[in-house]
Design a protein around this ligand. Structure first.
Ligand SMILES: [Zn+2]
Length: 503
């Protein structure tokens, strides 16, 4: 049994005998790259192979767990180059005071369990997926005889069978092989061995997905929305890396016997809307509404910290996809809303930790205009009732505040709506004609429920792609520019040195 020891320097050492054993792996033993790991897709209900890098990670972890040897490529090109500070079995990974890096797969969305039997979601709950180990033209842990592998390849390429051997496709990656006089056996196959370079794009954009009404006790719904958005954007063949994190806030809200009255529901919406949508009633309560915003900020900051830990050196942008009431909550958080008042508040409320990276708020199927209109009415009413002291600084009205957000460059709002969505309103009408630039985006929807259609629509994925392309990694670009300037200065300096006349 081989064990890998990590000393305080973080370097891996094997004894001479162990190294010899690793180098002299018999041909019949599978290399890590010849094994392919697969996962059960719960939606498509079929087994899908992991990308090459994920498969190598899973196989290396599996072998370290069992004490099995690593082949040269897996040891030198994967483990020693990239995985020495990871949380792997048998590794004394403490390097300085740093916590070990989690073993994540599927673009970093899932964490691998200890026994390599399941993967668990990193940013949500209740979504465990089973994984399996399959071999490359092999049976069990052994490669098939070379001649038999050659015959399989010919069969897969041409469909030709040999008189002494029959092949039948069993599933996407399984083949039934029947040799004359022998019992049939199922072998698994992949056309290419796993490579470390076969991986997901580097993540450059992070998007939080905030749900609206009707998610009490139902975390799966916002997770499914998130998955659909991720899959839809990826289906456009976008080259940059996008990462979506669901924010499920409803289960964390507790009324604790609170009964609303006029003192806490001054901006309350239409009686019938409050009656039909309990979450809207709760949000219109100044006490519970504040609690909801604080909960969303807490969850977002926690998830952001988690994401940064898993993606050290992230230089990309952050956006929010707020659906329905979620768009209002997100807007309020970004504009520090704390009830309609006439005076500027000096209270230091909770803030998001990624405001410097925040570039876009997608308000989707959004009643934000309705909320702003109601608040504007309340603001005007307050102004009319109260005698105003000129020494006090008046706060801008809700509509004025929206116009300021629209014209400021910190983050932009894109309002996605569909004509048949009874909850969605246009926002451009809040802006003067001359100062208005694109906010509203009409999308087409042929067959889905009006207010719930957005995660299914190609138009929505295209808008996201436009946004990702628009804000494409400016930090990296400027770094590249600096590099080229320094390089050119270096070349110029060298040229001056070699052309300097001798004195
Ligand atoms: Zn209340």
């Amino acid at each position: 049994m081989i064990k890998i020891f990590l000393f305080s320097t973080g370097t891996a050492f094997l004894t001479a005998g162990q190294l010899c054993f690793v180098r002299n792996l018999r041909n019949t033993e599978l290399k890590c790259s010849q094994v392919r790991w697969v996962y059960e897709d719960p939606i498509e209900r079929r087994k899908i192979p992991f990308k090459g890098r994920d498969s190598l990670i899973l196989e290396i972890k599996n072998r370290l767990f069992k004490g099995d040897p690593l082949d040269d490529y897996a040891r030198t090109e994967c483990y020693e180059k990239y995985m020495k500070d990871w949380s792997l079995p048998g590794s004394e990974y403490v390097v300085g005071n740093k916590a070990p890096k989690k073993v994540l797969v599927l673009n970093g969305y899932y964490c691998v369990n200890e026994g390599n039997t399941e993967i668990l979601p990193e940013y949500w709950c209740n979504d465990t997926i089973k994984i399996e180990r399959h071999t490359h033209f092999g049976k069990g842990d052994k490669l098939l005889d070379k001649n038999l592998q050659k015959k399989i390849r010919i069969f897969l390429r041409t469909g030709k069978e040999n008189a002494d051997i029959k092949f039948n496709i069993h599933s996407d990656n399984e083949l039934v092989v029947t040799e004359k006089g022998k019992q049939s056996k199922i072998v698994t196959f992949f056309s290419q061995p796993a490579k470390w370079e076969d991986q997901y794009s580097k993540i450059t954009h992070l998007m939080f997905v905030v749900h609206g009404v009707g998610h009490r006790g139902n975390e799966n719904a916002v997770v499914n929305i998130t998955k659909r958005l991720d899959k839809g954007v990826k289906s456009l063949g976008i080259s940059s890396g996008n990462f979506f994190i669901p924010i499920h806030w409803r289960n964390s809200i507790q009324e604790r016997g609170h009964k609303c009255d006029e003192s806490c529901s001054q901006e309350q919406d239409n009686f019938w809307i409050n009656l039909a949508f309990d979450d809207v009633r709760l949000y219109n309560c100044r006490k519970i509404g504040k609690q909801i915003r604080e909960v969303v900020i807490c969850i977002m900051n926690y998830r952001y910290k988690q994401f940064i830990t898993n993606n050290k050196g992230f230089k990309g942008t952050v956006a929010i996809f707020g659906h329905s009431l979620g768009s209002v909550i997100s807007y309020d958080i970004l504009t520090n809303f704390d009830g309609v008042t006439l005076w500027k508040q000096n209270t230091a409320g909770m803030k998001l930790d990624f405001l410097d990276k925040m570039k876009r708020l997608f308000t989707v199927g959004s009643p934000l205009k309705r909320f702003i209109d109601r608040r504007e009415e309340r603001y005007i009413e307050l102004k009319r009732k109260l005698s105003i002291s000129h020494r006090m600084e008046m706060k801008e009205s809700p509509v004025e505040q929206f116009r300021f957000v629209h014209s400021s460059s910190s983050f932009r709002i894109s309002n996605i709506y569909h004509r048949t969505d009874p909850v969605a309103y246009r926002l451009e009408t809040l802006i003067h004609d001359g100062l208005r630039f694109r906010i509203d985006y009409l999308v087409s929807n042929d067959f889905h429920w009006p207010h719930l259609c957005y995660p299914y629509l190609g138009d929505v994925y295209k808008l996201m792609r436009e946004f990702f392309e628009e804000v494409e990694a400016p930090a990296d670009a400027s770094e590249d520019l600096c590099f080229y300037i320094l390089f050119l200065l270096g070349v110029l300096n060298f040229f001056l040195l070699i052309t300097k006349p001798l004195s």
